[in-house]
Design a protein around this ligand. Structure first.
Ligand code: ADP
Length: 352
């Protein structure tokens, strides 16, 4: 400001004095020079006061503006640090500035997601530790009894121990898949899958199981259809559901697998004539470790939870219906159909 004023003031003053000369009458050059010098001195004095005053005022204004901006940023930082320490219930107040308010909203959204995931993880850990206790207690009980010579390690006892340890191993695998599927972090290797050949493959795999159980499993031919999905994961879904149908159907009864296409979906029905499910339990059986009635001893109690999570990750779903206890059940798997309008990348996760 000083440099600009020093550069242009003399020119302005001279031109101003020239304009004023008719009003001032006759002036000698010496008077003009004196006048100009006086005016310049007065102007310099004004600047000498104005510049420090405006400097102080600007400093004060900058200080207040910075404080106004820094206070909410500091609040945001404090809450981010709380989040980093695992205090996921912390929330940031909304500052008035639009950009900072948007930042606070994003951080609050992040905190809510972390809080939700953490709660889910804690519940899962609780459920898992509860589930682990039963087989471990059985194994421990038998081992102690054998060591104390209370029982002989007969082949039957060893078979029980083996069954329980296998159940633990299955549980460990299932929990791993379950937690990733529930959080939507299960990697899907997507490709085009023919529904008929996938179902035929699942039935071939389960053949020893339905032969052992003496349950007749038939597959009804449906329209040619394909879905976009992860082959191994979808096989896991159907193995679980058809495997359950075999387990919960008495020998001599039957299980039928059929499919049809509806709108943009392939709908696969797994129908059994087994023990059925009470209407009140239809929703509960999809919750992890929620078994109703006497359960399959080999089951881990998370088969349906995993099946539904995987189907939902594919943009589909699994639902159950039953006409009541003793009257069989139908498990319906819906998956988005693939076609020219549906590129492979379109199969996207659905919120659970
Ligand atoms: P599990 O390992 O106990 O079979 P799932 O998650 O696969 O666990 O199934 C949950 C519960 O749903 C089972 O314990 C059983 O009570 C019930 N269920 C599943 N499929 C059937 C079926 N086809 N008929 C009757 N009940 C079933």
């Amino acid at each position: 400001m000083l440099a600009v004023a020093a550069a242009i003031t003399p020119r302005f003053l001279r031109s101003h004095l020239r304009d004023m000369s008719p009003m001032m009458g006759e002036t000698t050059p010496a008077m003009s020079v004196e006048l100009e010098t006086q005016l310049q001195t007065a102007f310099a004095q004004i600047l000498a006061v104005a510049v420090p005053v405006s400097f102080v005022v600007a400093l004060g204004a900058a200080f207040f503006a910075t404080r106004r901006l820094l206070t909410p940023i500091e609040a945001v930082r404090t809450n981010v640090r709380r989040l980093a320490r695992g205090m996921y219930s912390a929330r940031v107040g909304r500052p008035v500035e639009d950009e900072l308010a948007a930042l606070a909203d994003d951080i609050n959204q992040l905190a809510a997601t972390l809080e939700h995931t953490e709660r889910r993880r804690m519940r899962l850990l609780n459920d898992v530790s509860h589930e682990l206790r039963t087989p471990l207690t059985t194994i421990e009980g038998y081992m102690e009894a054998i060591l104390d010579d209370v029982i002989e390690p007969t082949p039957e006892i060893i078979a029980t121990l083996l069954r329980e340890s296998r159940r633990l191993k299955r549980l460990a695998n299932d929990i791993n898949v379950l937690s990733r599927a529930e959080e939507g972090t299960l990697d899907l290797d997507l490709r085009e899958i023919d529904v008929e050949s996938m179902l035929a493959g699942v039935l071939a795999r389960l053949a020893p199981q339905f032969d052992d159980a003496r349950v007749a499993v038939t597959i009804e031919e449906g329209p040619s259809a394909s879905v976009v999905g992860d082959f191994d994961r979808l096989v896991q879904v159907f193995t679980n559901i058809i495997g359950n149908a075999i387990s919960y159907t008495p020998s001599g009864e039957s299980v039928t697998v059929s499919w049809e296409t509806a709108d943009d979906s392939v709908v696969v029905d797994v129908r059994d004539t087994g023990r059925g499910i009470d209407e009140r339990d239809l929703g509960r059986i999809f919750e992890r470790f929620n078994r109703v009635g006497p359960s399959n001893t080999a089951g881990t109690g998370v088969g349906l939870t995993i099946a539904r999570s995987i189907a939902r990750l594919h943009g589909g779903d699994v639902n159950a219906s039953s006409e009541g206890v003793g009257r069989g059940s139908v498990f319906t798997v819906t998956l988005p159909i693939s076609g020219p309008g549906r590129p492979i990348t379109e199969a996207s996760p659905q919120p659970s």
